[in-house]
Structure formats: C-alpha cells, structure tokens
Write a protein that binds this ligand. Structure first.
Ligand SMILES: O=P(O)(O)OC[C@H]1O[C@](O)(CO)[C@@H](O)[C@@H]1O
Length: 380
C-alpha cells in the first residue's frame, strides 16, 4: 500500500507552517538565548531563506557525521526544499542549523547544544516540578494502577515538546487516547528480556520515560533496558546522552519517589542493566523501514521496542497521508519485532484508528491531528 508523502509545499499546510511560522520564531529565540556573532546570525538567516525559498544545498562542514549525512541527502541536492518530503526537510533543517550555530566548527560554539537553555528551563519549571512531585502518590497505588500510571506518564510526557510549543496554544488539554490503553501496552510483555526504548524529548518527557524504565525493571518485565537517544541536538528538545545525565542528576537530587526512581535508575546504569546508545540513524532524515542492518539486528533481538513521540511515529509508520483506518500492524510490517508506540498527536499522520473514532474526531475539524490534545498507545 502506498500514499502520498507529506510535504511542505502547500501554503497553509501543517508542514509549510512549521517552516514559515515556527522556524523563524525558533531562530529568534536561539539568537536571544546566545550571544551569537554576526557570522552565526547570518548563517541562521541564510538557512531560513534557503529552506523556505531555495534549493537543497550540500553540507559545507567537515563534521564527523558529514559523510553519512551526505549519503542520506545525495538524492535531494538541487531540489527546491518545497518539493522534498516534510520528514527530509525538517530533519535536514536541524542538521544545517546545528552546523550554522558553530557546533562542528573550531571556535567558542563547538559542541555547545544551542537548545540547552530551553531544555534546562523546562526541566526546572513549575509544571515539571508538579509532575515529579505527583510521583509521591505511586507507592500508595496497587500494581495495576501503578502500571497504568507509568504508561500514562510516558504517553502524556510527550506533550512536553519545545519545538511544538513554539506555535500551538500549548494549553495542555488532554482529551484522551484515540486508541489503545495501558493494558494493551503491558500485554505485549511476556518472558523478561531486553526492552528497547527509543526516547524522544529531554527534560520532563525523559523523566517520565525513566519512570517507565524503572517500572519495567522493578516488575521484572525487562531484564535489561537499552535507551536510545539522539547523537546530537535535534528538533529543539530531543534527548541526547548529556540530557540523560542532566535528568538523572535532577531526579537524584529530589526528595520522595522521584529521587528514589532516579537512584534506582542510576544504580541500574552502574550495574549495566540500563545501556544508553546514540546510533547516528536516530538523526537520519529517513523512515525506520530504511534503517541500517546493525540497528535492525538490535531491534530484532529485543523482547519489545517502545517508540516515544511524534517524530518517531512518523518515521515508524511512514510520514504519508495514510487513511487513518489503515491497520497499525500493516504500517509497521517492516519492523523486526514486537513494538509499541506511545505518542501525542502533533502532526498529520495517523493510522490504526477505527472508522467511528475518525468520524467523531473529524466532526471537530482537522486540528485533532496536530494540536497535541490527543494521544495514542499502539502495539503489534
Ligand atoms: O517531540 P515529538 O513528539 O517528536 O514532536 C515533534 C514534532 O514537532 C514537529 O516538529 C512539529 O509539530 C513535528 O514535525 C514533529 O513530529
């Protein structure tokens, strides 16, 4: 089955608005957060111009990931950005943005995560503090309630996405799950094995993911966890290995259950029961159907792989205008093992819904797909 790719071409479409409305705001915020000199500011302005009105040009840095990126983008060079897929355009935009800030150059900005101030602010804000304090209720819950709470925290933790908050009203409305349930998620786990979690955002979402990781280990559903994060800063708030340490440091300094969970996760890292990995493909402008053999072999050996968030979902099911009723199992037929997606809906693609749900949602207009007010749990 095939469907048209989601693109950024149509003025007013979701992808178009990300490039024409969201990215200028993001760049303004970056320039306000850092004392970038004229060279960096000019580079960022040129990137905005190129990505909204120009053609795709090659990378002009000599970063360690230059060659791998070159291979990923070779077929797109010279095309107008507006005629590339949304997935390609957005991913390449973030790789070019990183280079433009001097992340790969010799100079003061080398290795500096330009999004770090935003991620740090989110980790320390009042909403995250309230969420982490609420974990104190967990020990009073029975097992089933605690299982459900860990899944709900991981799903709705995905609302905390800083790229997304640049242009939504971010009201924090949580209308509910459009499909799936915590019970469906837990039914995927049989004999304890190695569970892989492909993380999304840092800060509050990553803290919630660690709550789920802790639950997987303490209930014996996982013998070992592999936590996959991005090798370099990406999509504003995506988690990198540094962010894992920041979140852990924050959790272990807190009183109550958040601190207990942080210390258990820290011990598991020391004992090798949790491994953190950052494969280059996690920043690729490609769908997971095209993943390289080494990553495919890792997922094939996992007892379950959990994909967090909207971008991972786009890459997992294919970022296309699928019928929303296309079965999830068909869309992930390429994936080599048991899989779960936990996602807040923030972009157009969705599969695996029943026809009545789609009609009821469509009756409110199209915004349910992109507003961040609905979520899903899907498994196969
Ligand atoms: O952090 P998440 O859940 O992957 O969401 C990021 C999403 O935000 C966007 O950048 C814009 O909504 C999407 O393109 C992307 O899928």
């Amino acid at each position: 089955m095939d469907a048209p790719l989601i693109t950024v071409e149509e003025p007013g479409s979701f992808g178009w608005r990300v490039f024409h409305e969201r990215h200028p705001v993001m760049i303004e915020r970056l320039c306000a957060a850092h004392p970038f000199g004229p060279d960096v500011r000019d580079g960022l302005a040129a990137l905005l111009e190129e990505s909204t009105r120009g053609v795709v040009t090659p990378l002009d840095d000599d970063a360690p990931d230059h060659d791998v990126w070159h291979a990923w983008i070779a077929d797109e060079i010279g095309k107008p950005w507006s005629q590339t897929s949304f997935l390609f355009a957005e991913s390449y935009f973030f790789r070019k943005l990183l280079a433009a800030t001097g992340f790969f150059s010799s100079g003061p900005w080398r290795g500096v995560d330009p999004f770090a101030p935003m991620k740090r602010a989110e980790l320390h804000n009042a909403a995250t503090a309230d969420t982490l304090k609420a974990l104190d209720a967990l020990p009073r819950l029975d097992d089933a309630e605690r299982d459900a709470a860990a899944v709900r925290a991981a799903v709705w933790g995905n609302q905390a996405d800083l790229a997304f908050q640049l242009s939504t009203d971010a009201s924090g409305t949580t209308s509910g799950l459009v499909t799936g349930s915590p019970e469906e998620f837990w039914a995927l786990f049989g004999e304890p094995g190695e569970v892989h979690l492909v993380a999304d955002n840092a800060a509050g979402e990553l803290a919630a993911d660690l709550v789920l990781v802790d639950r997987l280990l303490t209930t014996g559903r996982a013998e070992r966890i592999v936590l996959h994060v991005k090798p370099t800063p990406y999509y504003v708030s995506d988690a990198t290995p540094t962010d894992v340490l920041e979140v852990l440091h924050h959790l272990t300094g807190l009183p109550g259950e958040a601190g207990e969970i942080g210390r258990r996760v820290q011990d598991s890292l020391r004992e090798g029961r949790i491994a953190v990995r950052s494969h280059p493909f996690f920043c690729a402008p490609k769908e997971y159907a095209e993943m390289p053999g080494d990553l495919r072999a890792e997922f094939a050996a996992a007892s379950v792989t959990i994909f967090k968030g909207d971008l991972n979902y786009r890459r997992l099911v294919g970022d296309r205008h699928w019928p929303a009723t296309r079965p999830f199992a068909d869309a992930v037929a390429h994936f080599p093992g048991p899989v779960a997606a936990l996602r807040v809906l923030k972009s157009e693609v969705v599969v695996g819904l029943d026809a009545d749900t789609v009609s009821a949602l469509d009756a409110e207009g199209e915004a349910w797909r992109t507003r961040g007010s609905h979520a899903l749990v899907q498994t196969r």
